[in-house]
Design a protein around this ligand. Sequence first.
Ligand code: GDP
Ligand code: MG
Length: 589
Amino acid sequence: MPIEEQLKAERVEVLSGVTVGELADKLGVAGAALVKKLFEMGEMATVQQSLSDETVEIVCEDLGVAVHFLTEEELEFGVEEPEEADKLEARPPVVTVMGHVDHGKTLLLDAIRSTDVISGEAGGITQHIGAYQITKDGRVITFIDTPGHEAFTAMRARGAQVTDVAILVVAANDGVMPQTREAISHAKAAEVPIVVAINKIDVEGADPVKVKTQLTEHDVVAEDFGGDVPMVEVSAKTKQGLEDLLEVVLLQADLLELQANPNKSARGRVVEAHLDRGRGPVATLLVQGGTLKRGDILVAGTADGKIRAMFDEDGNQVQEATPSRPVQVIGLNEVPEAGDEFRVVDAERFARDVAERRSARERRKELADRRPTTLEEFTSAVQAGDKATLNVIIKADVSGSAEALEDALLKLELDEVQVRVVSKGVGAITQGDARLAEASDAIIVAFNVRPGANAREEIDRSGVDVRTYSIIYEAIEDIERAVKGLLAPEFREEVIGEVEVREVFKVPRAGFVFGCMVTRGEVRREAGVRVIREGVVIAEDKMSSLRRFKDDVREVREGFECGIGLEKFQDVKVGDVFEAYETVEVERV
Ligand code: GDP
Ligand code: MG
């Protein structure tokens, strides 16, 4: 019987990562029939195999069946009732400290903690559990104690937004540095308000005005410069200015009117977790809603268990924890991941089931699909009518190009789809750019620049889409097309390989020949060549010769040496990279 005649459902509710067999059940068709159908669509899959969301959508559409992807929460815990306004109570702000290395994040976190009279008086031994609370003028502030934006992005990559206010630490004697800029981008992408701590004000050469001026260039404008970003001069060493900083943080928090309902079972996020030899899995949980109690039954990511004991940051046992309170708990059966959501549930059996199902699903999903957006995927999503924003990170060789590109992209006239520039900058693509792209689901548009070595690894690992251009209007056209859901042009440039220049020879009458090693892909005689120095394109050319030893060759593969001559550009230096590219016809599916 044809699959269409077997169909028993007009609408199915499935989880992301559903297997062929499970989908067939929901549709009311035989597994084999669905396997056959998928095969006809060009998708080879067995009954036990997990399908990507996209495939599920396509096959359901083809069968005329509506599909709804259940969120994990909907499936496991039922549909959530909306929070009732009269049950909400104010909660303390949760603060993360970010900034460039050595600008004083760690010392500042320690200094803030030591100003806390209450924990000081208790005489407890301070412990680093990943977060702590202090009291200032009778009000509580929670600090996430793992500084740096790596922690921040790791959380965000897992869909966790725990930070209410970001303190950006900038050393007054050093000014805005690469990680300062990255931290700004991260905070902005997450729409978290920034408070700037201009640190090391005690040091000779401290120049807070210069720091403010530099920050202005990154759209972080101090109040006394006409902007709305509070900036406080501090010294983590002498503790000067710390009281002011805390006051300003509380003022920012007031503007946010942070609230939560403490009178329900708790949920929140895992801030940190590790395996302790004596106590087993130990996790620091940040309560975001409800009240967490000793004896509660938890699911945290793929872990579950009953809380045997809870501790605060001073190592004291606590019986319960209200919203914004971090506590260290023991009793979980495995180590959850930072950023995982946790929830309190009624029964141990239920917690175990949920955790086990999640583990199984995670394993399957890893196989099915786990890649950030590419421009092509975005185009298909627009065609299907379900993408609203294309996030873009712009990197260019000079700031003029970056700005021109940004202006043009923001000016694109579009109805429902929007382009958002998450960050823009000058110079080679960094590891930080790649991480930001992954965390904010962005593509990187690179104009005359390339990834540095560290960034390369990160890009390969995460599958972030990097689009390189040397003509601005081509970049704009490409993106405009994608955003309008139009297909890519039939021809497109493809990088086929990369060589590193190891030696430069002057050959009588023939000009220069460059001794090279092919480090990626391959080079072919007819390929176009771009000369890249420190991540920036400095010339475009063609080869005048490609040789192995004395012989002219058509191509040279990765791991082999070769001699290359260029038609025009001769000012090549050892360490330069040649990128070989060809124009290829794009296959249309
Ligand atoms: P992080 O890498 O941002 O965590 O920076 P650290 O907190 O480790 O600080 C880097 C160095 O700067 C350390 O030697 C600190 O003692 C020093 N430092 C941090 N803050 C201050 C400050 O306000 N004044 C002075 N003089 N030194 C500081
Ligand atoms: Mg540090």
